[in-house]
Design a binder for this molecule. Structure first.
Ligand SMILES: CC(=O)SCCNC(=O)CCNC(=O)[C@H](O)C(C)(C)COP(=O)(O)OP(=O)(O)OC[C@H]1O[C@@H](n2cnc3c(N)ncnc32)[C@H](O)[C@@H]1OP(=O)(O)O
Ligand SMILES: CC(C)C(=O)C(=O)O
Ligand SMILES: [Mg+2]
Length: 516
């Protein structure tokens, strides 16, 4: 079997999704899960882009031991120096340096001639290799580049020491046939290409990212870059879970290519990324959507009952979808609880286990059966929350509303970042709007709501509600999430979570590298 290496960029290109802003504990939690999932390389961020990103990349590189951690850099010396500072203590540090090679990018964005771009690429790869044992070089917008030029620059950067050559379809423009032909051309026309890994990086603007990635594999790519749930810049990147399952299910066709991903970690990885980024997975999404294994119509149900494979090509078990085991409840004790945490993949400090146990017990007072999904939600909150950061904290709220002529009115009590207690009231067309209007009057930053959603975790009247909010704080978009058995409380928590991220991000006196 030929091993196709998987380069995950959820924490870099994935985080470039508008409105997604992960804090340090959240990034670390995703990084740990990517390690369990078995990716070969993870791109933890773009260290030169901000102090927060630098700190996150450094912490991930220092923590993750079984995966090579990389960080992105422009063809700029100071970006490369910063990347080295962040990555140098990692187990297998590698640099990912890029420069655009298409006429449109070189002329209008970089304002450089093709020869200048070659010189810069060679200079920066050479420089990167003075520190990094491995250097990936990306030809940004490769799919719209001149092939002869591409071959020329690739040969030179390999001579300069690049160990991986990545050919991105940066704007999701190419088709599977064209993209495959580009890989074939490079294999045939770059004499030293056999010395390096050849990588594909696809975007999904025309819905072809996974198909393009597979075409690249068929034409010589040895590494595929993508993200969990396909999140990323604009329409996103190639969804790694789809790629991995496609290679597995159609191994009759794609053999000898296979990944080393642990397929039954797919569901947990997808859930974690979705929860922490606030990017909900569409119900009908391949492999991880809620409907991916649901059969609604009679003929299909009949077929599945008679023989599952009539309509089911992937089993839920293969990707780690479990039927909800409702074993935790009011009478469960600490031992069973700790065991359950391990089963659902959480390794918490003793202090956090106790915190989680208290939350769990609180929930069992009002909810008969606590599902794995409920626990996952509680644990994710606890594992990624940050203490000692200045923020708005909800003290309480009341809402008066009904369907008659009364206008819904909310009263909210908050503790402000400077620890003063405030209370305010406002009305709205509905209960949520009344609450959000009230919060608006209390928060000093300029806040505008751009998106709000509510969903239930599991089913039943007593299910937990999860809310996701996107809003702008002083013009910059932030997302927030909150969960509670009460839908209004979930909404308020999500609103404040987004505000606090914005507040922290923009606070001029924020501690360098602290998380929000
Ligand atoms: C295809 C991709 O996904 S590329 C990665 C995209 N990701 C991001 O941009 C997120 C992080 N980016 C950032 O935080 C900021 O853009 C920074 C810190 C990197 C740079 O910020 P600024 O210095 O304010 O520059 P700004 O973003 O406005 O412009 C980018 C500059 O980098 C240059 N540039 C772009 N790509 C490259 C490259 N690969 N190598 C060298 N220079 C580059 C541009 O030409 C422009 O230069 P100019 O200022 O001389 O015109
Ligand atoms: C930085 C590069 C690899 C990128 O994300 C792209 O070209 O899409
Ligand atoms: Mg990209």
């Amino acid at each position: 079997m030929a091993h196709v290496k998987i380069f995950d960029t959820t924490l870099r290109d994935g985080e470039q999704s508008p409105g997604v802003n992960l804090n340090r504990p959240e990034k670390l939690e995703i990084a740990k899960q990517l390690e369990r999932f078995g990716v070969d390389v993870m791109e933890a961020g773009f260290p030169a882009s901000s102090q927060g990103d630098f700190e996150s990349v450094r912490e991930i590189a220092n923590t993750i031991k079984n995966v090579s951690v990389t960080g992105l850099a422009r063809a700029v010396k100071s970006d490369i120096d910063t990347a080295w500072e962040a990555l140098k203590n990692g187990t297998d540090p590698r640099l990912h340096v890029f420069i655009a090679t298409s006429p449109i990018h070189m002329t209008h964005k970089l304002k450089k001639t093709p020869e200048e771009v070659i010189d810069k690429a060679v200079e920066m790869v050479t420089y990167g290799r003075t520190m990094f044992p491995k250097v990936e070089w990306s030809a940004e917008d490769a799919s719209r580049s001149d092939l002869e030029f591409l071959a020329r620059i690739i040969e030179k950067v390999i001579d300069a020491g690049a160990t991986v050559i990545n050919l991105p379809d940066t704007v999701g423009y190419t088709t599977p046939y064209e993209y495959g032909q580009m890989f074939k051309y490079i294999k045939q026309n770059v004499p030293n290409i056999e010395n390096v890994d050849l990588s594909a990086h696809c975007h999904d603007d025309l819905g072809m990212a996974v198909a393009n990635s597979i075409s690249a594999i068929e034409n010589g790519a040895t590494q595929i870059e993508g993200t969990i749930n396909g999140i990323g810049e604009r329409a996103g990147n190639a969804a790694l879970e789809e790629l991995a399952v496609a290679l597995k299910i159609r191994q009759d066709y794609y053999a000898p290519h296979e990944t080393r991903l642990v397929l039954n970690e797919i569901k947990r990885t997808s859930d974690l990324v979705s929860k922490l980024t606030g990017m909900q997975v569409p119900r009908n999404k391949a492999v991880v959507g809620q409907n991916a294994f649901a059969h609604e119509s009679g003929i299909h149900q009949d077929g599945v009952l008679k023989h599952a494979q009539t309509y089911e090509i992937i089993t839920p078990e293969m990707v780690g979808v479990k039927s909800n085991s409702l074993v935790m409840g009011k009478h469960s004790g600490k031992h069973a609880f700790k065991d359950k945490l391990k089963q659902i993949g959480y390794d918490l400090s003793d202090e956090k286990v106790m915190e989680a146990f208290t939350e769990f017990k609180k929930l069992t007072d009002s909810k008969k059966e606590v599902t794995d999904d409920d626990l996952f939600t509680i644990l994710t909150e606890i594992q990624t929350q940050t203490a000692d950061v200045k923020k708005y904290i909800l003290s309480g709220f009341q809402v008066e509303y009904g369907t008659s002529s009364n206008q819904p009115t909310a009263t909210v009590q908050l503790t402000k970042p400077d620890h003063t207690e405030i209370e305010s009231s406002a009305a709205g067309k509905g209960a949520v709007e009344a609450l959000f209007n009230t919060l608006d009057t209390m928060i000093e930053e300029d806040v505008h709501l751009t998106d709000f959603s509510l969903s239930s975790i599991g089913s039943g009247r007593d299910a937990l509600a999860q809310s996701n909010v996107k809003l702008t704080v002083n013009g910059v978009e932030f997302s927030g999430r909150g969960s509670s058995q009460d839908v209004l409380e979930a909404a308020v928590k999500a609103f404040l979570n987004a505000v606090n991220r914005g507040f922290y991000h923009q606070e001029p006196v924020k501690a360098q590298g602290a998380s929000y």
